[in-house]
Ligand binder design. Sequence first.
Ligand code: MN
Ligand code: MN
Length: 324
Amino acid sequence: MSNEKRSPGAGDTASEPMQQPRYTGIPTFMRVPHTPELEGLDIALIGVPFDGGVTNRTGARHGPREIRNQSSLMRRINQATGICPYDLVNVADIGDAIVSSPFNLEASLDEIETFFDRVHGAGVVPLSAGGDHSVTLPIMRAIGRDRPVGMVHFDAHCDTGDDYLGSKFHHGAPFRRAVEIGVLDPERTVQIGIRGGVNDAGIWQFSHDSGMRVIYMDELYSIGIKAAVDEARRIVGSGPVYVSFDVDGLDPVYAPGTGTPEIGGFTSHEAQMMLRGLQGLNLIGGDVVEVAPPFDQSGYTALTGATMMFEILCVLADAVARRR
Ligand code: MN
Ligand code: MN
């Protein structure tokens, strides 16, 4: 680990993008430096511009670019927690996990896995912006290879469905597939914000049968945010934990720009409180997925996605620093 911070903010050179006015320059996530180099890096911010796994409205492939743009509104310090991730660890935007054959879903997921294999193999913690939720499966295949990971999952949907239109792989099934291949530990998985109508009453039965803890939206409202955080912490315990944040977990009032919106979700502040509540867990990666700019007329969903990414970055940086 290099003592010299590559991250912006601490230095004063004109080459550091965070020192520049926030409306200038080529946008990277959070205005951190862009570099493909993994050496000396602690956390890599990564775009995964792929939405070949959506079952309905496409558009999340445009998520990373717009989240990068809106993330120029982020600042250095989390005022609520006092965490400045750039003072704790080295952070860079290493670019996109680009897929060369996007018309081939399974080959695309393999390519994404190969990208994350390289990141994980270098000992770098990934924080990604999707893309649709199918991209979390190849990320988990890379980082859960050594041992299954636990997960705190925010979403309107459990994403533990089965085959759809003849495909095992789509954004409604990544966590069923991840459990089946042993990269996700269902008994250390909690899913928060689940709601909405279904066509099949048993669509999320796999979550229950495999031992995941599902906190439906009604329960979240009745027990409250703090109790949900306590429950999530109890479920995932001290083992490695991945955070997956589907923006459709938020009420569409806060995140209209997404492919599968469901009314009756949590607020953006409730999401921030839940993410901050993960501080101290053994966090090993995260993502924000399903931001779909074509449905995001105000750019507000991308701003919200960027802010959630910053919240995850704060607790992730804290976890990386604690593990040293
Ligand atoms: Mn999802
Ligand atoms: Mn969803």
